[in-house]
Design a binder for this molecule. Structure first.
Ligand code: NDP
Length: 369
């Protein structure tokens, strides 16, 4: 009951009156408390982002936090008290394979530093549980391919934490493009960046992050260019600049500009950086119109505008919406408008590999996704 109340508070009274509110949420508002199946989620890595996911889960109808995996005993203590998690559903990185015998857990959501995703996802798959893995799914396409295969062999689902794939303004632009309202798509611009702080953090450590801004924030422009243009890119060029080699050590990129070419003739021009604030913008141009999102990928509210005017779709907490939709994907085999499966994550990793190669070689490289 309390989660239903939080859910209503999350939406806010203004949003409740709007017709464009997502159907699942509208249904929850109008109906009796939900009695159907619930996705039982364990979170792995209790850091900053896991905190947001846990908060988002509090308002979910069809997904619930039931388990914890952490290397920090004090976090297990405080989180299990806060979320009422029994000791038998708490694990550390050494013993979590035993989750295979735990009937209370359906899916493990991996929210650890990038370099750990590959091994942890494969272990979860071998334990027979579905996996949600944070972006970037892995450090490179070889790792990504192994994760996809491990999940396929174990007959479990692998989903990537691409929360923007469920965001209402984003989906409205995808709908407009699919309906031909923007005409033939000619151009996409994706600007993704922020100014990173503490030089000692894992995001600036090559062996935990796998790279720099491109792995962490540039992946939004890569992934966004694919769902905004609606095609898979066939070539890439890329250029790197570094203003602070002390902070951004070899293998940790500060700023990369990259360009992608699409089979229909559209081009994408993107910027990924750890050195600029207020950089979160998507722009799509077609023969009949344009669409713009700014902010495009932050936690929201997302602001959208097209040649027809403002997009004013109501804000729903991204992590709540994502986990409701992922519950439907796992429990009901629902097909999302923009895929979030391991293959989708793997395509982005292939592009990341190619961007790093293009930076090194200075050449235009073909992509075969
Ligand atoms: P944090 O540093 O805040 O948390 C990571 C957690 O991973 C730690 O708190 C720790 O939890 C665990 N961990 C295990 N091994 C290590 C290690 N060697 N070094 C550091 N931490 C370790 O990172 P974030 O939560 O910001 O990011 C985690 C993942 O989530 C990344 O892949 C990132 O890209 C992604 N992310 C996605 C976002 C999105 O919007 N989709 C937003 C932010 C991040 P414990 O102590 O419990 O073991």
């Amino acid at each position: 009951m309390s989660s239903r109340r939080n859910f209503l508070q999350t939406l806010g009274t203004a949003a409740l009156t709007l017709p464009s509110i997502p159907t699942a949420f509208a249904a929850a508002v109008n109906s009796e408390p939900y009695q159907g199946p619930v996705l039982r989620v364990a979170l792995m890595g209790l850091g900053g982002y896991a905190g947001l996911v846990a908060r988002g889960l509090e308002s979910c109808q069809r997904a619930k936090l039931v388990g914890l995996i952490s290397g920090t005993p004090s976090k297990i203590k405080s989180w299990s008290q806060k979320y009422n998690i029994p000791e038998k559903n708490c694990y550390n990185y050494e013993n979590f394979d035993a989750i295979k015998d735990n009937k209370d857990i359906d899916v493990v959501y991996v929210i650890t530093p990038n370099a750990l995703h590959h091994g942890q996802v494969i272990r979860v798959a071998k334990a027979g549980k579905h996996v949600i893995c944070e972006k970037p799914m892995a450090l490179n396409a070889r790792e990504g391919q192994e994760m996809v295969e491990a999940c396929r062999n174990a007959k479990v689902k692998l989903l990537v934490g691409y929360r923007m794939h469920f965001e209402a303004n984003t989906l409205e632009i995808v709908r407009m493009r699919q309906a031909g309202e923007l005409g033939q798509i000619r151009f996409f611009q994706g600007l993704s960046g922020f100014r990173i702080g503490d030089p000692g953090q894992w995001r600036l450590t090559k062996n935990l992050a796998g790279g720099g801004a491109l792995m962490d924030i540039g992946v939004y422009a890569i992934n966004g260019s694919r769902y905004m243009v609606g095609e898979e890119p066939v070539w890439v060029t890329a250029q790197e600049t570094k203003t602070d080699p002390q902070k951004f050590k070899p293998g940790v990129d500060e700023t990369i500009q990259f360009q992608l070419g699409f089979p229909g003739g559209a081009v994408a021009s993107c910027l990924s950086t750890y050195s600029m604030n207020n950089l979160d913008r998507f722009f799509l141009n077609g023969d009949k119109g344009f669409a713009e999102l700014q902010p495009a990928t932050g936690y929201g509210p997302i602001r959208g505008r097209t040649n027809k005017g403002e997009l004013a779709l109501p804000h729903v907490v991204h992590q709540t919406k994502q986990m409701e939709e992922m519950a439907a994907i796992i429990l009901d085999n629902k097909k999302p408008v923009i895929p979030v499966d391991g293959e989708e994550g793997l395509k982005d990793l292939k592009i990341i590999d190619a961007i790093y190669q293009a930076v090194k070689s200075g050449k235009k490289l073909s992509l075969n996704l």
